[in-house]
Ligand binder design. Structure first.
Ligand SMILES: C[S@@+](CC[C@H](N)C(=O)[O-])C[C@H]1O[C@@H](n2cnc3c(N)ncnc32)[C@H](O)[C@@H]1O
Length: 441
């Protein structure tokens, strides 16, 4: 049976979806349109028909939005890494704040008393963590390194990347060439990239053991370019420097938090915030919004390697950090020791379960900082009033779960005082936000 060719139609774009696509209607059905902005009239080519909606791509802009800009990256139309490069940064932040406001209304039935100005920093070359796919295309005898294309499993042939840290972006052509020359060129599945302020690490995921010569070539390439080479033969626990046989305590990169006079150490596989400059500003803002007093006892939930815990410890009497990963609490304790900080403790505990049996049950805190993963902190919200804190700052990477959790907090007598977006992931549709809750008033 021959498939009907997919159509092209003129569409009026009505809104922007949460993943950054234009939303239009055609013959009563919703169409999500790539590279199209609200208010625009575009000619769109259909990509896919689904039962409840269709997907299309703008191939001609007939009436452009005043918010439209020339994408800074020539690959913006194809690469799945970014979805909003054609939208000005002002407008990106405006839409992100709108999305947060809608979710708060929709899931939590609440509105903040006031909006914080968006937290902003560099919008290009900001990404200090990335996972790049690697594929050797037999037919073309060519190896590709890059993000996935939009709507496909193919990799973009990435010669540079406008949002990646320049230290990696500029190396992409040489890296591609080096990988293509390896004996194991068909068995390198991906490269993870992690950068500190002064060091850059690459983790090569190899599906077969590396030959001595491949290993040597990768070590030499990385040394020549001032990078640290890691190999990964299996799960995350197998990540190890290529020059060594077992992971060592020296496997650390570092980032500074200048306002708190801290130099945080982390392993290249650890969770760290993607945008180092937004992170600095976010930590400072969160501490300000907590309205700390020196005599306070503070709880930092989902504390990771102590990104907020240590700066908090500089300002208050005592801090407790809680985190699900034992390795991360060890890293946090290592960071505390390295700075001679003693009035803070870390617990490894699953915070997405009933907290009545938690090590923290029965404790009291003056302030709480929460920075959960995308799934949010529903169980924490249900237990939270018993800790007695008058003020809470919630950092979120998912407005939907923040809104749900804000709704639960509102039901427990907390008011959403203020909220705002932070430009942690410019040019993508990810929304990072911060919210302040106070009890009573
Ligand atoms: C968004 S990160 C924040 C980390 C840290 N606050 C920072 O700024 O670097 C979320 C953290 O939650 C931790 N986490 C994920 N699921 C968890 C769970 N069920 N219980 C406790 N911690 C969890 C992760 O290991 C990660 O460190």
């Amino acid at each position: 049976m021959s498939r009907q060719p997919l159509p092209e139609h003129e569409l009026k774009i009505e809104a922007l979806s949460h993943e950054g696509r234009g939303i239009a209607h055609h013959e009563g059905k919703v169409v999500f349109v790539d590279a199209a902005l609200p208010g625009e009239v575009v000619r769109a080519a259909w990509i896919r028909r689904q039962r409840r909606f269709d997907e299309a791509r703008a191939i001609e802009i007939l009436q452009a939005s005043p918010d439209r800009v020339e994408p800074p990256c020539p690959l913006a139309g194809v690469c799945g890494g970014c979805s909003l490069q054609h939208l000005s940064n002002e407008a990106q932040l405006r839409y992100k704040q709108q999305a947060l406001a809608e979710q708060l209304r929709h899931f939590g039935a609440i509105e903040p008393r006031s909006w914080l100005p968006p937290l902003r920093a560099a919008t290009l070359g900001y990404r200090r963590k990335a996972r790049l796919g690697v594929r050797f295309v037999l037919k073309k005898e060519r190896l590709l390194v890059g993000f996935r294309e939009k709507h496909s499993n193919f990799l973009v042939d990435m010669r540079s990347c406008a949002v990646l840290d320049e230290r990696l972006s500029q190396l992409l052509p040489a890296l591609r060439q080096q990988l293509e020359a390896l004996e194991a060129r068909q068995q390198i599945a991906q490269i993870e990239f992690a950068a500190g302020d002064d060091e850059v690490a690459l983790i090569f995921r190899h599906l077969v053991p590396l030959s001595a010569s491949d290993r040597q070539h990768l070590i030499e390439f990385c040394t020549q370019h001032g990078l640290i080479a890691y190999g990964q033969s299996a799960g995350p626990e197998s990540v190890c420097q290529l020059t060594q046989t077992t992971p060592t305590a020296q496997d650390r990169l570092h980032y500074a938090l200048p306002a708190a006079d801290l130099r945080m150490a982390f392993h290249p596989s650890d969770f760290t915030q993607i945008h180092a400059f937004i992170n600095r500003a976010m930590v400072d803002l969160a501490l300000d919004l907590l309205d700390l007093q020196p005599e306070h006892r503070v709880l930092d939930l989902f504390c990771g390697l102590g990104n907020f815990t240590l700066p908090l410890a500089r300002r208050v009497r005592s801090v407790v950090g809680v985190e699900g990963s034992v390795e991360m609490t060890e890293r946090a304790a290592e960071n505390a020791r390295a700075h001679g900080l003693e009035h803070l403790v870390f617990h490894a505990e699953n915070l997405q379960q009933d907290l009545q049996t938690s090590v923290l049950a029965g404790e009291k805190f003056d302030r709480i900082l929460i920075d959960p993963p995308r799934s949010g902190a529903e169980e924490v919200m249900r237990y939270l009033p018993r800790w007695g804190a008058r003020r809470i700052v919630y950092i979120s990477c998912n407005p939907a779960t923040l809104a749900r959790d804000a709704g639960i907090l509102a039901g427990q007598g907390y008011t959403l005082l203020s909220a705002g977006v932070m430009d942690m992931f410019p040019h993508t549709a990810h929304v990072e936000s911060i919210a302040v809750f106070v009890r009573g008033t």
